[in-house]
Design a protein around this ligand. Structure first.
Ligand SMILES: NC(=O)c1ccc[n+]([C@@H]2O[C@H](COP(=O)([O-])OP(=O)(O)OC[C@H]3O[C@@H](n4cnc5c(N)ncnc54)[C@H](O)[C@@H]3O)[C@@H](O)[C@H]2O)c1
Length: 271
């Protein structure tokens, strides 16, 4: 236990770094103090300055620039896009930061192993953001399984629902649209499920299979959907169905009316 608040540097001030973790940390000033932030987007940095009150010279134009400084804090939150995690985490561990590291650690197993090895060698803590473990719901299930209340666990059936507008936004057109730029679906979305299953059962994984497709997001489906939307729109009072090419979710209730600027629209790519 430290007798002062833990100091924190935030790398990547988007949805997770700023909107989630920074806001949570600001609610516990006796435990944590944000002392530095980095983002390649000046608007995000401006947001961090307003939110946390950190000075201009504690803001960096990239995580790499922040990591080029001497160690600035006890902990670094690495909340940048998937493909940045490995190098930034490695550099941060070598600078003796403890880490809150966003998932997935890396799309490559050898990079995950390397980070694990460096963390152990340097005696650093790395908390990977498999956040479901910390929910009251899963903690209760874990407690019941461990206490044997439901008997032996021989089978788990679990479904994570990726809502249609989240899918259309983030995984078809958004930041996670291409696994070469981010990570594959089984890792990106289902790493939470894999983590939960391993944690709940205390077992190791023997094999994983993953398959999927973009059926709804092909041109022919779009034309059919547009025709259907047009015919429904002619019969009020039923709201028109949005053709899939415009499920871009800058709407209040995605695909419906109004405007939405928060998640997931806030993560819309800039092209
Ligand atoms: N644990 C969870 O449940 C959960 C949920 C959503 C996302 N994530 C993960 O969190 C990470 C961030 O996702 P997000 O939703 O916050 O995305 P985001 O796009 O909102 O935020 C990422 C931020 O990183 C910044 N950035 C990019 N390159 C940078 C660099 N070199 N240095 C500093 N900043 C840089 C971007 O400008 C952006 O502001 C992703 O890896 C994602 O997979 C985890």
């Amino acid at each position: 236990m430290m007798d002062r608040p833990i100091t924190v540097a935030v790398a990547g001030c988007g949805s997770r770094g700023q909107d989630t973790y920074t806001k949570i940390l600001l609610e516990m000033p006796d435990k944590a103090k944000i002392v530095a932030a980095a983002d390649i987007d000046p608007e995000k940095l401006e947001g961090m300055k307003k939110l946390t009150g950190i000075a201009d010279d504690a803001c960096y134009a990239s995580a790499e620039e922040m990591l080029a400084q001497p160690r600035l804090a006890d902990v670094m939150l690495i909340c940048t896009p998937d493909r940045c995690h490995y190098m930034q985490a490695k550099d941060a561990l070598l600078k003796d930061y403890d880490l809150l590291l966003e998932k997935p650690i890396s799309p490559f197993a050898n990079q995950c192993s390397e980070l694990s090895r460096i963390a152990q060698e340097r005696g650093r803590k790395v908390a990977v953001c498999h956040v479901l473990r910390y929910t009251a719901f899963y903690q209760k299930i874990k407690e019941l399984i461990d206490a044997g209340v439901i008997g032996d666990t021989v089978n788990v059936q679990a479904i994570e629902q990726v809502c249609y507008w989240h899918q259309a936004h983030s995984f078809v057109r958004g930041n996670w649209r291409n696994e070469g730029l981010s990570s594959c679906m089984i890792l990106q979305k289902c790493c939470h499920d894999m983590d939960i299953l391993l944690w709940l059962t205390g077992k190791r994984c023997r094999s994983v299979s993953s398959f999927g497709g973009l059926h709804l997001f092909r041109a022919e489906t779009r034309r059919r959907a547009a025709r259907r939307a047009a015919s429904i729109a002619r019969s009020p009072p039923i709201a028109p169905i949005t053709p899939c090419n415009s499920i871009w979710t800058n709407t209040a209730a995605p695909g419906m009316t109004g405007r939405r600027t928060s998640w997931p629209s806030s993560r819309r790519r800039r092209s």
